[in-house]
Design a protein around this ligand. Structure first.
Ligand code: KG4
Ligand code: ZN
Length: 339
């Protein structure tokens, strides 16, 4: 079964064709980063307008690269929640028009579930149940993935998402948007013992031990920078980036491992997805720490499938279709939506 996936929830206009939820036939992404960089973050109206401009070309290219015509795809899957509402509406309405014109089933896909599906595209035997950490610009969640379509959240960020914290700390350190990757680059290969001694950062406590709180960490970075400026001192940017990255990863990894030990023990499969899953420190630290207690290494998508893309939407769309989760022409988009 071939599914055309469409993704417009934030600042990537993306379309892809995926076969049986596992095989990528094409995966096209038009990134808007350059347009938003000027403003230091995503400007919702600009995002919606650029999706309007790019969506037809991106879908045409996805079909062409997959070597199929619209009438040869079996269904159209689209992210309809959560995300920027104006951005989501572009993708949803376009997918509705396409499904209506071509007489194809329409499948609504939750963006967080789509991120989880990124791992199905690269690990043929990987399947639920597993524990999934999704860490992106808008979300940080630990979820029990009980089946392809049944998710239970067991921890989430009570303030900033992990990617948001990376981007805000990076902005304070003078890096362009989105700054996560710049922190990763400048922190890589550093001696964390020296960095965290030089710039110690808090490990925030949360009432639910599996929830996250990153806003205090970001504020601590901003305060260190302001205090250094006021004292006329030169701050060691690489060292602060190293300490920040280590602390965020330590929080994510410690909570994820504790959750896995509580919810299933050493046989639990663990997957990490979302833009922050590209972080080299997170990948290394989790792999290393899991060796102690777990039978299997963690599953991470390859870097191009960590961030927003439509192949993951088409992959999740396949499993939603098999579960009977299709929509009619009244389908709407939602800025927030429980799993
Ligand atoms: O999943 P994604 O593309 O979009 C959302 O759904 O939000 O995630 C984007 C986020 C941004 O905050 C970006 O800075 C972060 O992922 N990111 C990283 C890295 N690459 C992307 N954060 C840390 N280290 C990286 N290497
Ligand atoms: Zn995302």
């Amino acid at each position: 079964m071939k599914i055309l996936g469409i993704e417009t929830s934030c600042d990537e206009t993306a379309a892809a064709v995926v076969e049986d939820g596992r095989k990528i036939l094409s995966n096209i992404i038009a990134s808007q980063i350059d347009a938003h960089k000027l403003y230091g973050g995503v400007v919702p109206e600009i995002a919606s307008r650029l999706h309007c401009e790019n969506i037809i070309g991106v879908c045409e290219e996805a079909l062409e690269k997959a070597g199929c015509k619209l009438d040869e795809v079996d269904a159209i899957a689209v992210t309809n929640a959560p995300g920027l509402i104006g951005a989501l509406l572009v993708g949803v309405n376009f997918a509705k028009g396409l499904a209506l014109a071509a007489g194809k089933p329409l499948i609504p896909v939750h963006h967080i579930k789509a991120h989880a599906a990124a791992n199905y595209l690269v690990y043929p035997d990987f399947a639920p149940p597993y524990l999934c950490l999704t860490v992106s610009g808008g979300h940080s969640q630990i979820m029990e993935v009980r089946s392809y379509t049944d998710f239970k959240v067991i921890g989430r960020s009570i303030d900033d998402a992990a990617g948001e914290a990376f981007d805000k700390a990076a902005r304070a350190l003078g890096f362009p948007y989105p700054g996560g990757v710049y922190i990763d680059r400048c922190a890589s290969g550093r001696n964390i013992l020296i960095d965290s001694k030089k710039y110690p950062l808090p490990f925030p406590k949360t009432p639910n031990p599996f929830d996250f709180s990153f806003s205090g960490l970001k504020t601590a970075v901003i305060n260190l920078i302001h205090n250094a400026e006021q004292r006329g001192e030169t701050l060691d940017k690489d060292s602060l980036a190293g300490s920040f990255q280590y602390t965020v990863c330590d929080i994510l990894v410690s909570k994820l491992i504790n959750a896995a030990l509580k919810y299933g023990g050493g046989s639990t499969q663990i997957a990490v997805t979302g833009g922050v899953a590209a972080n080299s420190c997170l990948r290394e630290m989790l792999t290393e720490r899991m060796r102690e207690h777990f039978e299997k290494a963690p599953f991470f998508p390859p870097l191009p499938l960590c961030g927003d893309n439509a192949a993951m939407v088409a992959a999740q769309g396949y499993y939603e279709f098999k579960a009977g989760n299709t929509a009619n022409m009244t389908l709407n988009a939602f800025a927030s939506f429980e799993l």
